[in-house]
Design a protein around this ligand. Structure first.
Ligand code: GTB
Length: 220
């Protein structure tokens, strides 16, 4: 089902990652591309995000948001879930397969993303602290534990549970936050898993669109 009304999402006017696709609008763009849903993007500055108009959409003053008709959503997980509904490409019809795909979305957001975010914050913001090396060892240890467990589950499968689903979309989006490190290389099946997802045409279109915000060049 393609929506008759074109949804609008929000993204950083100037993403701190310089277009590497690490901000959370990327996963929403990717989901929209997977289901073939055209969308508009409203770019917001850091100060605009904290203004009442944006907070009416997002209580925490962040991106991404999603608006379609009289529906306004925040939280990338909820947005991707909403987009995925009714699209077997992202959520299978079979009730049990669908429940498992949703479980993987939650696992990506609740089990994998927290240690990865901790690691990101440490490497980005805490380098000057006297306790940096000690803290880095702890957060890298937590992250590696989860990567090892995920790697053991994935084994030599292409995707987490049968066909590609919103669970994979969310998991890969989370793993991509480690791209600035060499950690993923230590788990070759996870590196291949991420590369397999990045090769999807929908991922490439979404990536090009968010990069174009930074370069000012429209994607082909
Ligand atoms: N739980 C929410 C969700 O999943 O939607 C979290 C949303 C969130 O963290 N949004 C961030 C934001 O708006 C952008 S994605 N931050 C501005 C603020 O809080 O004032 C996090 C992010 C930002 C930048 C990079 N980067 O440059 O590498 C990566 C990820």
């Amino acid at each position: 089902m393609t929506l008759t009304m074109t949804p609008t999402i929000t993204a950083f006017e100037q993403s701190p990652d310089g277009g590497k696709g690490l901000a959370r609008d990327m996963r929403v763009r990717w989901a929209l591309e997977e289901v073939g849903q055209p969308y508009n993007v409203r770019l917001v500055s850091f100060s605009e995000m904290k203004q009442p108009a944006h907070r009416a959409l997002h209580p925490f003053g962040q991106i991404p948001t999603y608006e379609s008709g009289d529906l306004a959503l925040f939280e990338s997980g909820a947005i991707v879930f909403h987009i995925a509904q009714g699209h077997t490409r992202l959520l299978p019809d079979d009730a049990n397969s669908r429940a498992r795909a949703i479980t993987w979305m939650f696992a990506a957001l609740n089990t994998m993303e927290p240690p990865i975010v901790d690691w990101g914050i440490t490497t980005l913001l805490e380098r000057d602290q006297a306790w940096y090396e000690q803290r880095l060892r702890v957060v890298e240890g937590h992250t590696r534990n989860r990567l090892l467990e995920l790697s053991s589950h994935l084994g030599d499968a292409d995707w987490l549970d049968g066909a590609f689903s919103a669970g994979d979309l969310m998991m890969v989006s989370v793993l991509l936050r480690l791209k600035n490190s060499d950690m993923l290389f230590d788990y070759p099946n996870l590196s291949t898993y991420v590369a397999r997802a990045e090769a999807r045409p929908a991922f490439k279109r979404a990536f090009a669109a968010q990069l174009a915000v930074f370069t000012g060049k429209q994607p082909n």
